[in-house]
Design a protein around this ligand. Structure first.
Ligand SMILES: C[S@@+](CC[C@H](N)C(=O)[O-])C[C@H]1O[C@@H](n2cnc3c(N)ncnc32)[C@H](O)[C@@H]1O
Length: 511
């Protein structure tokens, strides 16, 4: 393995680390890597998960919900994975969100979010309260992001597929917290993913540094006064790390670095030729010592860099000044979602929406209301804004600005389709519910062979007595029911005469 490191990378690391430290660093490439998962505490408490965990777990010291599991375990092949009880995540990658210190109720942006590892971590910290906007400019990667958020049962996320410069006017000074998990040269991932080495040879560090500089400036404009940005990369190069932060601090005097004590420090000494120009202020150079480096030879995880940047409480909103948008933000018919109904019940009998052709349509909400009355014990959308996109209904988190003109992939929690007078609940709705919220449900034990058969998409034999319902409220067993495994929702089924018709989506099935 060590022989295959790109020679230029090897030479640069010797220059940065010195011969002795480099030898220790190099030896880490021959050591086994660590594997991690993070418990979804919006679905299950850590204690309950540890009680029923089928894997031997050991806490990741820097991530409150993170655990190491042993090589050879296959957490992706367990019904609890399909129930969204955890996310499989490299342990060092858990650090940035932990350092963002997200609190329930905050407005949080994950600017470079796909495939969503850190978005799901933020969502768990928000506990369903507040607003989570996640964005990625890569349209294919956004699909995985949507799937991971749905699997995690996130209710309060909006998914965008935008270039950040087009978001500036809409979100000027809006967010309490912003994560920039920046596109980078990926040097810290060489051990985990060897193909990153070929990618490193194709793209220069300078190419990524230019993108990172822009992203930092754009995030500053979308941050509320007193807000926090966490900037992270999975690379070692000072050009993409300390130099980005020093340059940002010199350009944005309203920001300070919040020092991180838990990890090795950032390296002011590396702010020099041949890696960087030596033009940074003494203050900025000193401040980068408060940023963090996660080294694969000094902890159980891959290589990362993290900086926490806080803006002054009294700073002007959008501290970078007014948004400079290269092109005007225009409405994209068919891409944007018109939100027109309030959250109140009275405004819910019909929704005005936009169809793909851009024609205004009125969508009757009666079938959705009938479904809620029949199936849902709680009112999960009560504090949200219902929006329609063609036939598709979403519950959007309260307090969002109008998103017109932006490429919105999900304006909120996807509830289902209103089609020819019927309501078809979405898989995302099932994943975002709890067993206690359903008036009709089936809970299979994970050891019951039908649990796996359900996940494979098979029709099941289910006795009427197995359908959980409160006879006071719902007498009939017939119809939609929330299917759970060990009481955790995994999807919908339709029960009739001793059979459960399987509604588990084909793209999600156990293979
Ligand atoms: C390091 S990855 C993010 C990983 C993700 N945070 C996670 O934890 O799963 C960086 C992401 O940035 C996206 N990206 C690159 N340039 C971008 C830009 N200008 N704006 C938004 N996203 C961008 C890439 O498509 C990529 O998905």
């Amino acid at each position: 393995m060590t022989k295959q490191l790109p020679p230029l990378f090897r030479d640069k690391m010797i220059d940065l680390l010195g011969e002795d430290e480099f030898e220790r660093f190099l030896a880490s490439y021959d050591q086994a890597r660590s594997y991690g998962l993070r418990v979804n505490t919006s679905k299950i408490t850590k204690a309950d998960f540890l009680d029923k965990s089928p894997f031997a777990l050991e806490p990741v010291p820097w991530a409150s919900e993170g655990f190491y599991y042993e090589e050879g375990e296959r957490p992706g092949k367990h019904p609890y994975y399909h129930a969204g009880l955890y996310y499989i995540q490299e342990p060092s990658a858990m650090a940035p969100v932990e350092l963002l210190q997200v609190q329930p109720g905050e407005k949080v942006l994950d600017l470079c979010a796909a495939p969503g590892g850190k978005s799901t971590q933020i969502a768990a910290k928000l506990q369903g309260e507040g607003v989570l906007v996640v964005n990625d400019n890569h349209s294919d990667r956004v699909k995985a992001l949507v799937k991971n958020l749905e699997l995690f049962g996130v209710r309060n996320a909006v998914v965008l597929n935008e270039r950040p410069e087009r978001m500036l006017n809409v979100f000027q000074g809006y967010f309490d917290k912003i994560l920039i998990d920046a596109p980078c040269s990926g040097e810290g991932m060489f051990r985990k993913e060897e193909e990153m080495m070929q990618q490193w040879e194709r793209h220069s560090v300078q190419e990524f540094a230019a993108m990172q500089r822009e992203l930092l400036g754009q995030a500053a404009q979308m941050l509320a006064p007193g807000g926090t940005i966490v900037y992270s990369t999975c690379t070692f190069s000072p050009e993409e790390n300390e130099a980005q932060i020093a340059e940002f601090l010199d350009k944005h005097p309203a920001f300070d670095v919040v020092p991180i004590d838990r990890f090795d420090h950032g390296q002011p000494d590396w702010l020099r030729e041949p890696w960087c120009e030596e033009t940074f202020s003494a203050q900025a150079r000193e401040a980068v010592a408060g940023t963090a480096r996660l080294w694969p030879h000094r902890l159980r995880g891959e290589g990362h860099y993290v900086a926490v940047l806080r803006s002054e409480v009294g700073a002007e909103a959008g501290v970078g000044g007014r948004a400079e948008v290269g092109e005007s933000v225009r409405a994209e018919v068919g891409e944007s979602v018109r939100a027109s109904a309030g959250a109140g019940r009275s405004g819910r009998d019909a929704l005005r929406g936009k169809g793909r052709a851009g024609t205004e349509s009125r969508v009757s909400l009666e079938p959705l209301q009938a479904f809620e009355n029949e199936l849902l014990r709680s009112e999960p959308f009560a504090a949200m804004r219902l929006v329609c996109y063609g036939e598709h209904a979403y519950a959007s988190p309260a307090g969002l600005p109008e998103l017109n003109g932006l490429k919105v992939v999900r304006p909120g929690w996807y509830i289902g389709a209103l089609h020819r007078g019927r309501f078809e609940p979405s898989h995302a709705l099932a994943m975002g519910l709890r067993l206690r919220e359903a008036k009709r449900a089936l809970s299979l034990a994970s050891r019951d062979e039908r649990a796996l058969r359900y996940l494979k998409g098979e029709t099941l034999e289910v006795a009427e007595s197995e359908i959980i319902r409160d006879p006071e409220v719902t007498k009939a067993a017939k119809g939609y029911c929330l299917v759970c495994i060990d009481e955790h929702p995994v999807g919908w089924g339709k029960w009739i005469d001793g059979m459960l018709k399987n509604e588990y989506p084909p793209g999600w099935r156990w293979t």
